[in-house]
Design a protein. Sequence first.
Length: 103
Amino acid sequence: MRLRNGTFLTVLVFGLCGLVSLSWYTAFSNPKGNVVDIYQREFLALRDRLHSAEQENLKRSKELNLVLDEIKRAIAEKQALRDINRTWSSLSGEKARESDRLQ
């Protein structure tokens, strides 16, 4: 039983030492210029994504403006038809009254 605990403790200590060594190696093996290059690449990628999003936003805005113009045109046509119908109704009513007077 004691041997198993000692073996476990030994493996644990070697594992921790390995992790610490690996983290030190990765921390000191990358020069600062490499980190700057990574940040610069990320920044350029973000800038490209922002540009793409702006272009998509402009495209959607134009599409929405076209739809809005169609809606305005349809409303104007409907209003014009109502005005024509009202005018026709009032003219028809006047003609009917005149024909009633003449009879």
